[in-house]
Write a new protein. Structure first.
Length: 131
């Protein structure tokens, strides 16, 4: 079985890194409870940042559980995701999801996001090489 880590190099750490993704994300994937925004990075691997406001999940234990599930899911799927900076934003109703439902939403979002990232990269390379 292959080992996947989740070290500092796989996380968005500074507010500037988050702001770069928030400013104009070319790739989005959305469900009723989660939104993923992504922008290409110059690294060889994807990076992730997770935001869950107190308004969406009142208790810290709920926010931490959701973040832990998202990070673990990312850790296992990181090899299938292109080199993009990704922000996961929790929306209303996220606390009502049990672990299985959250897992299903995340699986769907990672598939959708990966597909859209590849499409974005191919469209971007077509437009630059097709002059």
């Amino acid at each position: 079985m292959k080992q996947y880590s989740y070290g500092r190099e796989l996380r968005l750490l500074t507010p500037a890194q988050f702001q770069q993704v928030f400013n104009a994300p070319p790739v989005k994937a959305v469900t009723a409870e989660l939104t993923m925004l992504a922008t290409p990075n110059q690294l060889s691997h994807p990076r992730i940042g997770v935001t869950i406001s107190k308004k969406r999940a009142k208790r810290a234990v709920d926010r931490n559980r959701i973040k832990r599930k998202i990070r673990e899911n990312f850790r296992l799927k990181q090899h299938k995701i292109p080199a993009f900076d990704i922000i996961v934003i929790a929306k209303s109703g996220i606390v009502d999801l049990d672990s299985d439902a959250l897992q299903q939403r995340l699986d769907y979002l990672w598939r959708t996001l990966s597909k859209r990232c590849v499409q974005y990269l191919s469209a971007a390379s077509d437009s630059t090489s097709g002059s």
